[in-house]
Write a protein that binds this ligand. Structure first.
Ligand code: ARG
Length: 491
């Protein structure tokens, strides 16, 4: 009976389970055991054990299909299911003994299964290779992680939208070339990041479709002679489609590249926001303050409160971009099909997921604030210093374009208006005052069309209100955007 435990090895004969004896030799072909250094060098179980859930799910689907196709018996399937359930419970409880000499997550689980259920365990690998198995596991695992990251990206967007909702009338300087350019609302500035994170979420959703294709059935590289029903396995595992070429199925990792590229872009967005938070908190800007719980002190300078979280988020973008480079270089020289090089895909991929998730989580919390578990009171992570933002916008001749637009409306060609305003700014700089503080007579000296109503457009709020175009910074537009995002982001 296939589900009975394996018979003991006879004296002088090799052990029955080749996996249990892998440390000695792969098969009868090998005449000496693997060197200890090689064993350590080639093993991946130290890191790929985190794929165990996907590995077991894949094995269950494969075994179910083998039984349905009559390749293994119903009894074998029952034994495999029982054994894998036991292994799941053991891993979950931290009782599973991972063995380096069994190289990776796949061989560890398979060897344990055989120890538990005997020959049925040895039949599980029928029509399968670790090559299509590992490709399936990584895709399954990554699909779950993408869903988690998608949720974190929604949280990040919600945090930014809610902070923005409070600041549609908070004016700050908008910059180009890091020079004060035109006034914008702080809300408008924050919503720029919401757009970026929304596209990041879109990218993840899009690439998820290509991650979600089933390699199993490709076997080692050429397909298999068993009558496998790949469609059934795909259905059982929730894959949207099948990899259509067995050589491609086992060898390409472009789904991992795509994911890491999308993660890198997202980390670049986070990094830009983090950089701005660092700048805004510096004494020279003084636009915001961060709650103490997101700052660290200095061991030598007692006055210091440092925005370490934002700095680290900025720094960690470097490692994710590094992982993308590592994976691209990993793939570029590999001839078809599977090569052991591919085992190196896991650590960069795992770390990309971990880094992005941790970074999004903490940045969303810092931007969105937290509820005190005891008092229930909401405390923001970021305190916005409205007066400082507004004062900075006042200092930089930020409404110069508005004066030019005013002159255009009075009939001047735009280029002439531009030149007139340049003279006004030059005059104001020479007199050491803001241009809006120049007396009407001085302005009229530059252009006779200028009237008393000019001061309406020279104010920051006048400037904001004037930009009432879709996508513009006028409070009416920004409020509409807040409403749109709120509807879009509803749970
Ligand atoms: N641990 C291996 C990996 O991650 C599993 C596949 C091994 N296949 C093989 N033919 N050696 O790629």
């Amino acid at each position: 009976m296939s589900s009975s435990p394996p018979p003991p090895a006879l004296p002088g004969q090799p052990a029955v389970d080749p996996l249990a004896n892998k440390a000695q030799a792969w098969s009868a072909l090998f005449s000496e055991p693997m060197s200890a250094l090689v064993q350590r060098y080639t093993a991946s179980v130290g890191f790929d054990q985190r794929l165990w859930r996907a590995d077991i799910a894949g094995s269950l689907a494969h075994a179910g299909m083998l039984a349905a196709q009559g390749v293994i018996s119903a009894e074998d399937l029952a034994s495999i299911q029982r054994g894998l359930a036991q292994i799941s419970a053991d891993i979950e409880a931290g009782r599973f003994e991972w063995k380096l000499e069994l190289e990776d997550v796949h061989l560890n689980i398979e060897a344990r299964l055989t120890a538990l259920v005997g020959d049925a365990g040895k039949r599980l690998h029928t029509g399968r290779s670790r090559n299509d198995q590992v490709a399936t596991d990584v895709r399954l695992w990554l699909r779950g992680e993408i869903d988690g990251l998608h949720g974190l990206l929604l949280d990040m967007q919600r945090a930014l939208v809610e902070l923005a909702a409070q600041h549609t009338d908070t004016v700050m300087p908008g910059y180009t070339h890091m020079q004060v350019a035109q006034p914008v609302s702080f809300a408008h500035h924050l919503l720029a990041y919401v757009e970026m994170f929304a596209r990041d979420a879109e990218r993840l959703a899009d690439l998820r479709r290509r991650v979600n294709r089933l390699p199993l059935g490709a076997a080692a590289l050429a397909g298999t002679s068993y009558p496998l029903d790949r469609q059934q396995v795909a259905h059982a595992l929730g894959f949207e489609g099948l990899c259509q070429n067995s050589l491609d199925a086992v060898s390409d990792r472009d789904f991992a590249l795509e994911f890491t590229a999308a993660a890198s872009i997202c980390m670049v967005h986070v990094s830009r926001l983090a950089e701005e938070i660092v700048l805004w908190m510096s004494q020279n800007f003084g636009f915001i303050d961060l709650a103490d719980r997101y700052c660290t002190g200095s061991s030598i300078m007692p006055q210091k409160r440092n925005p370490d979280v934002a700095e680290l988020a900025r720094g960690k973008s470097g490692r994710v971009i590094g992982h993308l480079t590592a994976l691209l270089v990993l793939m570029k020289g590999q001839p078809l099909t599977y090569n052991k090089d591919n085992q190196e895909d896991k650590e960069p991929l795992f770390d990309t997921v971990d880094t992005l998730a941790a970074t999004l989580r903490i940045m969303a919390e810092m931007v969105g604030g937290t509820r005190d578990p005891k008092s229930g009171a909401w405390t923001g992570g970021i305190t916005v210093k409205k007066a400082a933002m507004e004062a900075a916008a006042m200092r930089g001749y930020a409404t110069a374009t508005d004066l030019a637009d005013y002159l255009v409306k009075k009939g001047l060609p735009f280029r002439d208006a531009h030149e007139t305003v340049a003279h006004a700014v030059k005059l104001a700089i020479a007199q050491g005052k803001d241009r809006s503080a120049l007396p009407l007579a001085t302005l009229q000296g530059l252009n006779a069309h200028i009237g008393g109503d000019v001061f309406d457009v020279l104010t920051l709020r006048g400037s904001l209100n004037a930009r009432n175009v879709l996508g513009g910074t006028a409070p009416a537009q920004v409020l509409a955007q807040v409403a749109r995002h709120r509807t879009r982001l509803q749970a």
